[in-house]
Ligand binder design. Structure first.
Ligand SMILES: Cc1cc2nc3c(=O)[nH]c(=O)nc-3n(C[C@H](O)[C@H](O)[C@H](O)COP(=O)(O)OP(=O)(O)OC[C@H]3O[C@@H](n4cnc5c(N)ncnc54)[C@H](O)[C@@H]3O)c2cc1C
Ligand code: FES
Ligand code: FES
Length: 492
């Protein structure tokens, strides 16, 4: 069963759309079609946050709200959701929402381009967190860039807003159950199938329908969070036909923990994965804080980060070091692959036409294993890696290394293990001398490129330095993670 109608709520209003361009963005629709001009366009690539809106999805009988970048969100992917823009915050009598009032009081309304985005990022924080500390506030604002005045008044507003209203009485919180019930009526299990200007769009409601669509259209472009795919349209002007959006498939969004492993469906977003990562692998949790901003982490999926095959994607190196496997599905046939084997060459992955990534399995570490991941980028926040190094060491009772898994991003055409380095480590004691030999061996593993993010020489030296840092931190030395926090405080 298919339908060609897309239904969602804009605030409280039901929007029923037909004949829409599959890759029209929510931002363009809001501004050009609805003439709802509060939401602004800055970069059109998910970087600046000017276009931030809050999207609600029904979850366990109520609503879960998250901020996203409307400039890279395709309009038909909002089916079954609620969209809140800056126009929905003030009361009809003109009373400002506590978020808006706090920004006014603290002189945080600095320019007309960014302020609506800051309002909506703070509104998402208000909806989701009762008592955020300074770190949580900073994390909530990572995806909103100001190039004029600075962040101090905005951070002050984030702290003040809680004194200006009762969160529990906020109409978007109290109305969650009723809104979820309204949206439940839109969930009919049908595949959305659109055609517009000769281009096709499919949004299956379950994995079986997805598998069938991909068998019929094996070369279709898959979109999950579209934090990469969105830019192919807004920046690269690519025509995507057909486009298959997988974000409606609940079965791909599951998180399952057993004694042996953590299994994540391909659609699990960074935000959704964060609690499990932070608990099971705190280093991995810390890395997520360095990926994009809140808007990107709410939309972007770990599956998309793997499937795009980028040499500088941040999750493949640590997942390879942890020994993760992926499950690929075509029709009813599944195969399991060690993650490192998925990356064949630049722009080429071991994914057959019609196949899709179904889930990811991350084994638990033995209790005495050592693991760390480090991202090196020019800016701490919202920047792409120059390189990312991940290290795992298993040892026997005598302290001898029984298994070493070392993986880097940004050092080769794909995320890649370091066999020469691993050979130096395996069988040796975890000492400074061993680490120095293993670090030198990295030169045999990688011949990195120079680009605008870093020179080849810098990358090689930094890679050696990261391995040494791993040794120093795990051999009883002090963790240097506090350096990130110190930098964070300095930036505030
Ligand atoms: C402002 C900004 C900041 C960013 N910062 C970072 C960063 O710090 N670190 C980082 O690593 N990345 C970063 N990214 C890149 C991006 O957010 C990630 O790669 C993200 O994980 C992609 O996930 P997605 O769900 O949005 O994928 P999409 O854009 O939907 O898809 C990405 C690719 O994966 C394919 N795909 C997706 N799901 C599947 C599936 N289940 N099966 C088969 N193929 C699939 C798509 O066809 C496409 O080729 C950033 C992006 C933006 C816009
Ligand atoms: S316009 Fe800059 S993030 Fe959307
Ligand atoms: S608030 Fe817009 S540039 Fe500073």
């Amino acid at each position: 069963m298919t339908r060609s109608v897309v239904r969602f709520l804009l605030g409280e209003e039901v929007c029923t759309l037909t004949d829409i361009d599959p890759t029209a963005t929510l931002l363009d629709w809001l501004r050009a079609t609805r003439r709802s001009l509060g939401t602004k366009e800055g970069c059109a690539e998910g970087d600046c946050g000017a276009c931030t809106v809050v999207v609600g999805t029904p979850m366990d009988g109520t609503m879960r709200y998250a901020c996203i970048d409307s400039c890279i969100r395709f309009l038909p992917t909002l089916d079954g959701c609620q969209v809140l823009t800056v126009e929905h915050l003030a009361r009809e009598d003109g009373t400002l929402h506590p978020v808006q009032q706090a920004l006014m009081d603290c002189h945080g309304s600095q320019c007309g381009f960014c302020t609506p985005g800051f309002v909506m990022a703070l509104f998402a924080l208000w909806l989701n967190a009762a008592q955020p500390d300074r770190g949580a506030i900073e994390a909530a604002l990572q995806g909103n860039l100001c190039r004029c005045t600075g962040y101090a008044p905005i951070l002050a507003a984030a702290e003040r807003m809680y004194a200006l209203g009762d969160r529990d009485a906020d109409r978007w919180r109290t109305g969650g159950v009723a809104t979820a019930a309204r949206l439940a009526a839109f969930q009919d299990g049908e595949t959305i199938a659109l055609q517009h200007g000769g281009r096709r769009f499919f949004a299956p409601a379950d994995a079986e329908a997805l598998a069938a669509i991909l068998l019929t259209h094996p070369d279709a472009t898959i979109a999950a969070g579209a934090t990469d795919v969105g830019l192919w349209v807004t920046k690269a002007m690519r025509v995507l036909d057909p486009l298959v959006y997988i974000g409606r498939i609940a079965a791909l969004r599951t998180i399952a923990e057993t004694a042996e492993q953590l299994e994540l469906g391909a659609l699990v977003s960074y935000t959704e994965a964060w609690p499990a990562f932070a608990r099971l692998h705190p280093e991995l949790g810390r890395l997520l804080r360095r990926i994009g901003g809140a808007q990107v982490r709410n939309a972007g999926t770990i599956g998309g980060n793997i499937a795009n095959g980028s040499p500088i994607g941040d999750t493949p190196p640590p997942l390879i070091a942890l020994g993760a496997e992926i499950v690929l599905r075509k029709g009813d046939t599944r195969r399991t692959l060690a993650l490192e084997d998925f990356f064949i060459a630049y722009g080429r992955q071991d994914r057959a036409p019609g196949e899709f990534l179904e889930c990811l399995r991350i084994p638990r570490l033995p209790p005495d294993a050592l693991f760390a991941v480090y991202k090196v980028s020019k800016r701490r926040d919202e920047d792409i890696s120059a390189l990312c190094g991940a290290f795992r060491i298993d040892r026997d009772a005598d302290g001898r290394i029984t298994q070493a898994r070392v993986a880097f991003g940004g050092m080769a055409a794909t995320p890649k293990r370091a066999p020469a380095c691993e050979t130096e480590l395996t069988g040796a004691m975890w000492t400074q001398a061993t680490t120095e030999r293993a670090a030198a061996a990295l030169d045999a593993d990688f011949a990195p490129l120079s680009d605008w993010r870093a020179s080849a020489a810098y990358r090689s030296q930094a890679a050696r330095g990261l391995l040494m840092r791993f040794y120093l931190e795990t051999a009883g030395g002090e963790s240097l993670a506090h350096l990130d926090d110190a930098r964070s405080a300095a930036h505030a």
